[in-house]
Design a protein around this ligand. Structure first.
Ligand code: SAM
Ligand code: SF4
Length: 330
């Protein structure tokens, strides 16, 4: 039972920890071309992150996700994973990555206790992948996926953001790739987080329902008995005749806030109580003013639950959240 209960009776059991705002890609829907990154002094140290993670786990959080930016570009990421994995009471340590560095990091991650990976890949076509990420090589990600499959993670899921007119013609190929490689796959609706200059988010919006309609013409999609024990927003189905679970994350078309069980910590130590609102608490101030004062930190976190808003309101025509996903801890 979590001690973290908000005004709407939701229990927070899941922390997404952004370990860096930097990235080795520049996905057009996630970042502007010219991003300014935070100076080191503003970024939480690994020790500060581990302390905050401990406070959350002691309060009842069972699952921690390391994310970013790209978590694998943070120096000391393996040591951080080991420290967090060792916290008593944590059930699961997982990571979301773009996969570029997985060739090098898959084995150390498994050894450090990371049990599941989400790997983002929006295109299998080299030229398009480069365009979508501004300079990435899809080959690096494919090699990374291969290394991850061999390294022994409990589960690997692909995540793809599908944009109308940009990569919607790859929905079937991406799904077939997941089936052929024994991986799960989730499709994510693009959210209007941060100003971008590459495309008009309103014009590229594609709903989970539209993607489902494309898929069911080729794949036999069955209901899945799978229920994410951590209560995630993805609704799962099964591709018949395969091990692949198919998920849809629909922040735009299907509001899932009523079952929200998560909070996010930005790399600056800002505890964000909702992805789509700015309600937050500055935990960096607390850990820097009162180093190692775990009781004080825990009391502040419990108190912050009162600030968790009921729901998000996203409108692709009206970007009210100016922080980019990379700065949020996606
Ligand atoms: N760099 C890592 C990666 O790409 O997996 C982790 C951080 S990234 C911000 C986490 C996820 O957020 C990725 O799957 C990415 O595709 C997704 N994402 C980024 N910007 C988004 C947006 N505006 N709307 C929806 N999903 C977004
Ligand atoms: Fe980097 Fe991930 Fe954002 Fe792409 S989605 S720019 S890989 S943080």
């Amino acid at each position: 039972m979590s001690e973290l209960i908000d005004r709407f009776d939701r229990q927070v059991r899941y922390l997404r920890l952004s370990v860096t705002d930097r990235c080795n890609l520049r996905c057009t829907y996630c970042m502007a071309e010219d991003m300014t990154f935070l100076p080191k002094s503003k970024v939480l140290s690994l020790e500060e992150m581990a302390l905050i993670a401990r406070a959350f786990v002691e309060l009842g959080v069972e699952k921690v996700r390391l994310t970013g930016g790209e978590p694998l570009v943070r120096h000391g990421i393996i040591e951080l994973a080991e420290q967090i994995r060792a916290i008593d009471g944590l059930r699961e340590l997982v990571m979301t990555t773009n996969g570029v560095l997985l060739d090098k990091f898959s084995k150390p991650l498994v050894e450090a206790g990371v049990s599941r990976l989400n790997i983002s890949i929006d295109s299998l076509q080299p030229a398009r992948f480069k365009e979508l990420t501004r300079f990435g090589e899809v080959e690096d990600v494919l090699r990374g996926i291969d290394a991850a499959r061999k390294a022994g993670f409990d589960k690997i899921k692909l995540n793809a953001v599908i944009l109308q007119g940009i990569n919607d013609d790859e929905v079937l190929d991406l799904t077939q790739f997941a089936v052929d490689h024994g991986l799960d796959i989730s499709f994510i609706e693009e959210m209007p987080l941060g100003e971008i200059d590459s495309h008009n988010r309103n014009a590229t919006q594609l709903s989970s329902q539209q993607i489902h309609t494309m898929l069911e013409q080729t794949f036999d999609i069955r209901p899945s008995g799978f229920v994410d024990p951590a209560g995630g927003p993805s609704r799962y189905q099964q591709i018949a005749g395969s091990d692949t679970k198919l998920g849809f994350i629909s922040p735009m078309s299907n509001n899932f806030c009523a079952t929200c069980n998560r909070v996010r910590l930005t790399v600056e130590g800002r505890l964000l109580l909702c992805l789509g609102n700015e309600h937050s608490l500055d935990l960096r101030e607390i850990v820097r003013e009162y180093p190692n004062d775990l009781p004080r930190l825990k009391a502040a976190i419990v108190e912050s639950m009162q600030r968790k808003p009921e729901r998000h309101h996203f409108d692709p025509n009206d970007i009210t959240i100016t922080r980019h996903m990379s700065a949020t801890g996606g």
